[in-house]
Design a protein around this ligand. Structure first.
Ligand code: SPV
Ligand code: MG
Length: 290
């Protein structure tokens, strides 16, 4: 099975597919090793790793090249976060093919205006494009894919933008009609109530995608019990883990004025060398170095 088929089948089988965020190939590899079903090619994480806001400040090309690098080191599907599609339906048609060729098995595109603002920030600038305009962008993404198994996820930010449940449902249904394979419904409420209301009311045929960052109480068994959600995305836990670990280690070294203590609990240099693919390099070395 190809990576695209793996994700497509998971959506069809109705078994909850889990995706962990990554901002580089190393974090993607660790997510694969930990047992996640796929990788979330998060724009938020990549922006954070460059220490810039998640607001289309980084170029599409930079994100695309990171997706290519990630896809080349993992054997699980990559779900690429293409933000608003970097323009209109014409831009979308071009870039979806680029992401597909870079090895993405799914793209997630959101119905905000370009340039976007990040979703989870309090009082962010959240403007949505017209429903018809976004339907055209979804249809353009569907038209652009070469492999029919590439999954096109339409993401509505209606709840994030404070437009209410009725508009969120209207947008979700309109995007389904335009050919989306799944609808990502995002919410920044601190409890799952808003998203649960949406899920219960969702009359569509296609599965939903959740990013429960703001409402971490909702676990995978809870989500499975709803029977309408195909994918759960853990949106930013790789970069937050990295930030927490680095802060801790850096502070300890400053306090101790040395590395003795941190050395006892940090992953060994040997472990990092293994993650770099050393075994593969040595096998090439022994076969071809003359
Ligand atoms: C991302 O990880 O880039 C996302 C999810 O789009 S969120 O940051 O919650 O909008
Ligand atoms: Mg994003």
């Amino acid at each position: 099975m190809t990576k695209n088929q793996t994700l497509r089948r998971a959506l069809e089988d109705g078994k909850l597919f889990t995706a962990m965020a990554a901002h580089n190939p190393l974090s993607a590899k660790l997510a694969e090793e930990a047992g996640f079903g796929g990788i979330w090619g998060s724009g938020f994480e990549l922006s954070a790793s460059y220490a810039v806001p998640d607001a289309n400040i980084l170029s599409m090309g930079l994100h695309l090249e990171m997706m290519r690098a990630i896809a080349s080191v993992v054997s699980i599907p990559l779900i690429a976060d293409i933000d608003t599609g970097f323009g209109n339906a014409v831009n979308v048609n071009y870039i979806v093919r680029q992401y597909e060729e870079a090895g993405a098995s799914a793209i997630v595109m959101e119905d905000k205006t370009f340039p976007k603002d990040t979703s989870l920030r309090e009082a962010g600038r959240q403007d949505l494009v017209r429903i018809e305009e976004f339907q055209g962008k979804v249809a353009s993404a569907v038209d652009a894919r070469r492999d029919a198994d590439l999954v096109v996820v339409a993401r509505t930010e209606a709840l994030i933008a404070g437009r209410g449940q009725a508009e969120a449902i209207e947008r979700g249904l309109a995007y389904e009609e335009a050919g989306a394979d799944a609808i990502l419904i995002h919410s920044k409420q601190k409890t799952p109530d808003e998203v649960l209301d949406f899920i219960r009311a969702w009359p569509g045929r296609i599965p939903l995608v959740l990013v429960p960052t703001a409402y971490p109480q909702l676990t995978e068994p809870d989500i499975e019990a709803l029977r309408k959600v195909g994918i759960v995305i853990y949106g930013n836990h790789a970069i937050r883990a990295a930030v927490g670990a680095m802060k801790d280690v850096f502070a300890t070294i400053r306090r101790d004025r040395g590395i003795r203590q941190v050395d006892s609990y940090l992953p060994s240099v040997k472990e990092i060398i293994a993650l770099q693919g050393d075994e593969h390099m040595r096998s090439i070395e022994s076969r071809f170095l003359r």
